[in-house]
Design a protein around this ligand. Structure first.
Ligand SMILES: C[S@@+](CC[C@H](N)C(=O)[O-])C[C@H]1O[C@@H](n2cnc3c(N)ncnc32)[C@H](O)[C@@H]1O
Length: 210
């Protein structure tokens, strides 16, 4: 299954999960909070990739009440929930695939959580380049997401993705921290670091556009 079709499956998956999503993700609130806590002071213009119902944005608007946020998300149902939040008027939503839509430009920060662990390394090369390009000089990319602990674990996930074509639903393919860092380095990010998060296999990984 190609990337486009896999992403459409993600859309179906999240549209179907809408009734229970916020409840299931309650236990992940610490991972979402870390985005707001690690943004630069004075951050104003933010792009959130895969914001879903907007859980991480609750913390963003607590700490950055005058921020303007653009969200890209493929699930119209998730965005419908986001549009009910108090801060919705400060959010511009783009309903579409990360690999298809125009991100805009001049962002102080690009943030993402729990949304980028479904792509192969060569797909992340393209996505991270697109993220780099839409940031201002000095802008920050913050991603709090699942990782694989070993190369073997990563390879097994990708094998499963490539060999479960017929009943493909929602297969996680987190990369190792080393591979994440290598992709960020290759597209030009500097000041790259990774930090443990108080949630099983999550890490906060960041890079800056010089
Ligand atoms: C697990 S949810 C995370 C939502 C939110 N960031 C949070 O932490 O609660 C992943 C989100 O990414 C979106 N998503 C997944 N793949 C996508 C793609 N290729 N393009 C745009 N959005 C995508 C899904 O629709 C979903 O809303």
């Amino acid at each position: 299954m190609n990337l486009y079709d896999r992403n459409q499956k993600q859309r179906e998956f999240f549209n179907e999960k809408i009734d229970t999503y916020d409840q299931v993700h309650e236990s992940y609130m610490e991972t979402k909070k870390m985005l707001a806590e690690n943004l630069d002071k004075g951050t104003k213009k933010i792009l959130d990739l895969g914001a879903g119902t907007g859980l991480e944005l609750i913390h963003i608007f607590e700490l950055f009440p005058s921020a303007s946020v653009t969200v890209v998300d493929i699930s119209e149902k998730m965005l419908e929930e986001l549009s009910k939040r108090d801060f919705a008027k400060q959010v511009t939503t783009i309903c579409g695939d990360f690999f298809e839509v125009d991100f805009g430009n001049d962002y102080d920060a690009v943030i993402s959580t729990s949304a980028l662990h479904h792509f192969k390394p060569e797909e992340k090369d393209l996505l991270y380049k697109k993220i780099y390009d839409c940031l201002k000089k000095g802008g920050l990319f913050l991603n709090c997401d699942k990782i694989s602990f070993t190369q073997e674990e990563q390879n097994n996930c990708i094998y499963e993705l490539e060999h479960n074509i017929d009943d493909y639903k929602h297969i996680d393919t987190p990369l190792t921290v080393e591979n994440e860092i290598s992709i960020l380095t290759n597209v030009g990010f500097t000041d790259i670091s990774s930090r443990e998060v108080d949630k099983d296999n999550y890490r906060l990984i960041q890079g800056r556009k010089e």
